[in-house]
Design a protein around this ligand. Structure first.
Ligand SMILES: [Zn+2]
Length: 416
């Protein structure tokens, strides 16, 4: 039997509809509002003439969003802040402090912290997330870490609620040794992971990137890089990636995070690079929390922003998204796993222009595409992938980051 629900008085950001012109409703400030018809767990659109048999629920002016996508996390490091020392300085001191903490990374510790992060992601309405995992096992920098297996088990436990992708994070130089790169790629493939690496002016980066593209092509893996995470220095990792992409014709998704050094690129160099990224379909992820906190650190007030040129990249046609990165660890002492919190920080950090709703794809549809997944639009989503948030507009949504309910939960608890 057909099940019909009419959720009265809700609004949908037009940027989150695949076909806003076919959805009905009244349009104002980038939002479409009206009475939403849901049939058999699928949204049909706004209607002015609801069928009489529909059960009517009050939406109370809430916003309807698709499940969010979170492309860049570190669940192996999250919530370690309380036991760290030597933090609050620059990137390299954070790396050292986090390294020292790895002595505490038992299976139980990893599982406990990662599970807490998954609960936050679920409560935030995230349907798809990606965590990077520091690579290396004790003395063996190419060995599969315990965290890789523990996080894979956590991902399995959360299947059906939050899809968690895992991306390995060795230094790019490890791939310059073909046998080593092979070991890493095989471990990644066994867990259906993403092939990743970090590059910060590493001496063997050219050979490393050549090999990482070859391995991704051979094993059909997606790529994800921490690249050029430095301000005030000349770095060329992103250019090497764009070149390798063009040279190899690799067709899988390539996502590049950080790229803070784009702030220092001369205008011609910047436009050439962004053009080659757009042509190659290389996506760029800005990570405002950690980069604002660690980059350009001196002894006083910072007078530069540690963040990548996301606005210029978007204008040049590069696929862009935002990631939450570190949460309460050596790299960033605050935060929670909520993409709306990240977008709220990105608005002032990146001077994102009004209407604010136009930027929601950075933490939803565009982020999913950058991760090689199909984007979830409101007008194509099953009800379980739709969220209702207690906010009347996007400014309220980002300011308060209110509780989000999935549509089936909202229907089940309506009136209670
Ligand atoms: Zn990161």
């Amino acid at each position: 039997m057909t099940q019909l629900f009419l959720v009265r008085d809700v609004a949908v950001p037009a940027s989150l509809l695949a076909r806003p012109d076919h959805f009905g409703g009244e349009r104002r400030d980038g939002l479409l509002s009206g009475d939403l018809l849901v049939q058999d767990g699928r949204v049909l659109g706004f209607t002015a003439t609801p069928p009489r048999e529909a059960r009517v629920l009050s939406g109370g002016g809430r916003l309807v969003l698709p499940a969010l996508a979170e492309p860049h996390l570190h669940l192996d490091k999250a919530f370690t802040l309380g036991r760290l020392s030597g933090i609050g300085r620059d990137l390299l001191s954070a790396i050292r402090a986090q390294e020292a903490d790895k002595a505490n990374w038992t299976d139980e510790d990893l599982r406990h912290r990662a599970s807490r992060a998954m609960e936050e992601l679920y409560a935030a309405g995230v349907g798809l997330a990606r965590s990077h995992v520091d690579w290396g096992d004790g003395e063996d920098p190419a060995g599969t870490p315990r965290a890789w297996d523990v996080l894979a088990e956590v991902a399995q436990e959360w299947r059906g609620r939050v899809t968690l992708q895992l991306s390995c994070l060795p230094e790019i130089d490890l791939f310059a040794e073909p046998e080593t790169g092979q070991r890493i790629a095989e471990a990644v493939r066994r867990r259906d992971g993403v092939l990743g690496a970090w590059c910060l002016g590493h001496p063997r980066r050219h050979a490393g990137f050549t090999e990482v593209f070859r391995l991704a092509d051979r094993y059909g893996l997606h790529l994800d890089f921490h690249v050029d995470e430095g301000a005030g220095v000349e770095l060329d990792g992103l250019e090497i990636i764009a070149r390798e992409r063009a040279r190899t014709g690799f067709e899988g998704p390539v996502l590049c995070g950080h790229a803070v050094s784009l702030m220092d690129a001369a205008p011609d160099r910047l436009s050439n690079l962004l053009e080659s990224m757009a042509r190659g379909g290389i996506a760029l992820c800005a990570l405002p929390t950690t980069n604002l906190f660690l980059q350009s650190r001196g002894s006083g007030t910072p007078d530069r922003r540690g963040i990548t040129r996301l606005v210029e990249a978007s204008q040049a046609g590069v696929a862009t998204c935002l990631g939450t990165d570190n949460v309460q660890d050596a790299f960033y002492p605050l935060g929670r796993h909520d993409p709306l919190g990240t977008l709220a920080l990105a608005v002032p950090a990146l001077h994102l222009a009004a209407p604010l709703g136009d930027h929601l794809p950075l933490v939803s549809t565009q982020a999913a595409q950058a991760m090689g997944a199909a984007p979830v639009f409101v007008d194509r989503a099953p009800a379980a992938a739709l969220l209702l948030a207690e906010a009347r507009d996007v400014a309220g949504l980002l300011s308060c980051q209110p509780r989000r309910k999935r549509l089936p939960e909202f229907i089940a608890t309506a009136g209670r």
